[in-house]
Design a protein around this ligand. Structure first.
Ligand SMILES: [Zn+2]
Length: 358
């Protein structure tokens, strides 16, 4: 076998969900006063982030407050929702915290630009609660509660299938960064509290004068194919009967991604892998992964599920996969994931429609 990646009209490197490029405006992050200036600008839009969720509105709904800021429906014209991006004026209440160049907690984050205007995240404190009741229909006194109430909160995974690709990428960026801050209040070296600088992209340890940067954990995910062009699928011990995906695992310290592919496949299935070819990557902010997608060629075919991570393994031909998916006997990974793209690249096109999909 010389050509490990068979010709395919389906290119997973184009517009993977969550991987749409944004104008991140990194040059603005360290400019003194930039966050405050952005909040004072009426053109600025603000994305609320609350417990790894973002608010959405239904497109065309009569009460849709969010306006179109230039991210149309995009390639998936089926975008039925939009991120509920607020005008800066809606969140200038000092109760939400003044954006400063050195924030004690990560409240304001500079996410990107669209149409020349900044997009900020406002990270809502975990303690804020959208369900705090008002008194007899009067809005609650707590400004956070008033801000949170009556919004359509969605996880990134949920929003990714209903909003435009750029908005899905924005939601991924915002929640990934907010979750890093939430998990990293102190210096991991000396334990002292850190301050948030550079528009939310750096945490600075004043005690040691060192900077810490947002963490991203590389993971490999691979379509393993044997000499008969069959695909290896596995079922996690945490999944119900019938649900299958490609194998995946984290890259270990001191290991290359290609080594991680061979090690993970060996550990989880007993299959020995030869050639490994990178295909595409995808941010996976649950909370901080970067999925590195590969095609890998199997040298052996005997399967041995480890019983710890994987309960079941199988080789499938294209015909078997199509039949089992169409019959609802095999549940493939959802459309948001790179796993689906890797499988469909091998398959040669979209998988058959199924009645139910996670
Ligand atoms: Zn330190």
């Amino acid at each position: 076998m010389t050509d490990v990646v068979s010709p395919s009209p389906f290119d997973p490197s184009s517009a993977l969900p969550l991987a749409t490029p944004l104008a991140r405006a990194a040059e603005r992050r360290a400019v003194p006063g930039e966050l405050a200036r952005a909040l004072a600008d009426d053109a600025t839009r603000v994305l609320l982030v609350h417990r790894a969720k973002v608010p959405v509105v239904t497109v065309g709904a009569p009460d849709a407050a969010a306006e179109d800021v230039g991210w149309g429906a995009g390639p998936q014209a089926a975008a039925t929702q939009r991120l509920d991006l607020l005008p800066a004026a809606a969140v200038r209440d000092p109760a939400f915290g003044a954006p400063s160049d050195a924030q004690p907690v990560a409240r304001w984050l500079l996410l990107c630009e669209t149409g020349g205007a900044a997009v900020l995240a406002l990270v809502v404190p975990d303690s804020a609660d959208a369900s705090t009741p008002g008194i007899e229909g009067i809005a609650p006194q707590d400004p956070w509660s008033a801000l949170l109430r009556d919004r359509g909160w969605r996880t990134v995974r949920e929003a990714a299938v209903t909003v435009a690709p750029e908005e899905a990428a924005l939601a991924a960026e915002a929640t990934a960064l907010a979750q890093w801050h939430d998990r990293s209040p102190r210096c991991p070296h000396c334990g002292e509290p850190t301050v948030v600088v550079d528009g939310g992209w750096v945490r600075r340890c004043e005690a040691e004068g060192i900077s810490h940067f947002p963490r991203t954990d590389p993971a490999v995910i691979m379509a393993v194919v044997d000499a008969d062009d069959r695909l290896l699928l596995g079922r996690s011990t945490a999944w119900p009967e019938g649900r299958f995906s490609t194998l995946a695992g984290f890259v270990e310290p001191g290991e290359s991604a290609e080594q991680a592919v061979r090690r993970e496949v060996g550990e989880e299935s007993g299959v020995e892998v030869g050639d490994v070819v990178f295909r595409a990557s995808q941010p996976w902010p649950f909370p901080s992964s970067l999925m590195l997608g590969f095609r890998a060629v199997a040298r052996t075919t005997a399967l041995r599920a480890d019983g710890v991570e994987l309960a079941e393994l199988r080789w499938v031909t294209r015909g078997e996969l199509a039949d089992q998916v169409a019959a609802g006997a095999l549940l493939p990974p959802g459309r948001v994931s790179i796993a689906r793209a890797l499988i469909e690249e091998w398959f040669g096109g979209p998988l058959p429609e199924v009645a139910k999909e996670s």
